[in-house]
Design a protein around this ligand. Sequence first.
Ligand SMILES: [Zn+2]
Length: 173
Amino acid sequence: MVPRAQTFAWGLLHRALPIGKRASKFSKHIVGECVRCATLEDEMHMFFLCHFSKAAWFFSPWFIRTEVIAANHHSTPQIIQALLTSAHPYIKVTSLYTFWSIWKARNDALFGRKFCKPSQVFSIANAIMQDSKLEDMFLTPHEHRCTRSVDQHVVPQRDIFLLAGNAIFCDAA
Ligand SMILES: [Zn+2]
């Protein structure tokens, strides 16, 4: 298990990442706005609603329209649940490396002034995935067994069917 990945996963699921909106409350030297578009940066903006993130999720192989998911699911953990129960052929727990890749792209832009392209997010996520096992970080053995009941509790069956169609992603064919 990679400590940095574990820390990131914990922060992602507990909404504790030092995102601009949150971090800027603690210091006037921390910018609260998105480095790419100057919108106030919260988790929803950074991971799903910034033009960069929307484009990254819409690239192959996902073709996911995050603004559609965000219209019905209003927090990062809710959207993760929705993605995992969407029946999307390319979404599995390891797809969550995408979140780390977007986080890395944000930090590279903010602190290193290095701006990658949305199309690079997927390959960066894959590179990170080579070195760690995110599935083991997110789910304990007990949670692996209970995933289905947890998903059904969080995402109503009606929404699962909505998400399984073209509502949030387009067919790659
Ligand atoms: Zn932005």
